[in-house]
Design a protein around this ligand. Structure first.
Ligand code: UD1
Length: 361
């Protein structure tokens, strides 16, 4: 059996790392890796391949940064060619990026079945590019692997019942396996951070960073956490966010924050484990905070990881000073860890088994 696996952005490299090594270890199938090049900077792409030991992709599409339409169309055309050449039994895609949707469209049109990892996530606003990508991908997929029961329920509401499996979250598996490699003390020292005395913050969503008004409010909010609570604000900057800050003339709001380039997986997780709490609009990081036993303020109007909000561990927050202050106050109170929500750390084995059952010729 041959499976083509398509990645392009940071959260996908992370999941692919564990799936790829487990597939090779189990000799489960011939695994052909394709990298769209949606993320291409050394610290947005190469660092994950190096530190997580992901093999060099068999195909690199070199798409780079461009508009949604150009990116989606370019990946669509390129992946179709590869699918025709490689003739895989299925195409595997992750999450909700433009790369995901383009791959799914290329495959479904030429009758290559699609495996969607992290299926069934739904959130507002419905117009957000990632929501469009994930909904459309789910509707053309043959095997839909959900991180939790909620994903299955969301799919059922849209009448998607066939091929749906609750497998758990591969990111949780990876977190558990990589934990012995986290270098908490060393990484804190490298960035001049005192354990438990800093907040780990990241922002990159279009609706947060593409508006000068909202971005200003968010940066002011981070500054107020620093000023009022005395925490160091450690803020690794996504290239999109860095560019917008410069474009909107907001650099002065970085003066009291500790900024850094985007971090690799091992450093980021090491710092997550040492932080007081996290502030983020990243889907992956809000779950990783939970895996590290840290609470998280989620700077989004809604999240696909609803369970973490409903149990009170994470807090949804609006981009205003008052909401941020209120969320910080609440996050500093103690909360009981709700226990396992996204599987038992065996999601990757379960996913591989489901793929073999579904697509073995
Ligand atoms: C993308 C995904 C999002 C995911 C995120 C993870 C879509 C629509 N969004 O968002 O779901 O959470 O990746 O990080 O696919 N850039 C660089 N160097 C890079 C990559 C990006 O400078 O290596 C800059 C470019 O200016 C680019 C911008 O970042 O235009 C945005 O990149 P893009 O891949 O379009 O979206 P992300 O915000 O990264």
């Amino acid at each position: 059996m041959k499976i083509l696996s398509l990645v392009g952005a940071r959260p996908q490299f992370i999941k692919e790392a564990l799936l790829n090594s487990t597939v090779h270890h189990k000799k489960a199938w011939k695994h052909v890796l394709v990298h769209s090049g949606q993320h291409y900077d050394i610290n947005m792409s190469d660092v994950f391949f190096q530190e997580l030991g992901i093999p060099k992709p068999a195909h690199y599409l070199d798409i780079g940064s461009c508009s949604h339409a150009v990116m989606t169309a370019s990946v669509l055309v390129a992946v179709e060619k590869i699918l025709i050449e490689e003739k895989p039994d299925a195409l595997l895609v992750y999450g909700d990026t433009n790369t995901t949707l383009a791959g799914a469209l290329a495959a479904v049109k030429i009758h290559v079945p699609i495996i969607h990892i992290e299926a069934g996530i739904r959130m507002l606003p419905k117009t957000m590019p990632e929501e469009i990508n994930r909904v459309l991908t789910d509707h053309v997929s043959s095997l839909l692997c959900c991180c939790s029961e909620l994903g299955r329920q969301n799919l059922e509401k849209e009448d998607i019942r066939h091929g749906v499996e609750v497998t758990g979250d591969i990111m949780y598996d990876l977190f558990l396996r990589m934990q012995p490699r986290f270098t908490v003390e060393k990484t804190c020292t490298k960035y001049g951070l005192v354990p438990e005395k800093f907040v780990l913050a990241t922002l990159h969503r279009d609706y947060n960073v593409d508006s000068p008004v909202i971005l200003r409010k968010l940066l002011e909010g981070l500054n107020s956490i620093q000023k009022e609570q005395g925490f160091t604000l450690f803020f690794p900057l996504h290239p999109r966010t860095r560019r917008r800050i410069a474009e909107f003339g907001l650099e002065h709001l970085l003066q009291n924050l500790l900024i850094a380039p985007p971090l690799g997986y091992l450093e980021l997780m090491s710092l997550m484990c040492a932080s007081a709490f996290a502030v983020t609009d990243s889907g992956g990081l809000q779950k990783e905070a939970f895996y590290a036993n840290k609470r998280c303020i989620v700077m989004m109007p809604d999240t696909g990881w609803r369970e973490l909000i409903d149990c009170g561990w994470n807090i949804l927050c609006d981009p205003t000073q008052d909401s941020i202050a209120e969320a910080v106050e609440s996050i500093l109170t103690s909360a009981e860890h709700p226990g396992a929500i996204y599987g038992d750390g065996q999601a990757v084995g379960r996913t591989i088994q489901k793929i073999i059952t579904a697509f073995s010729p």
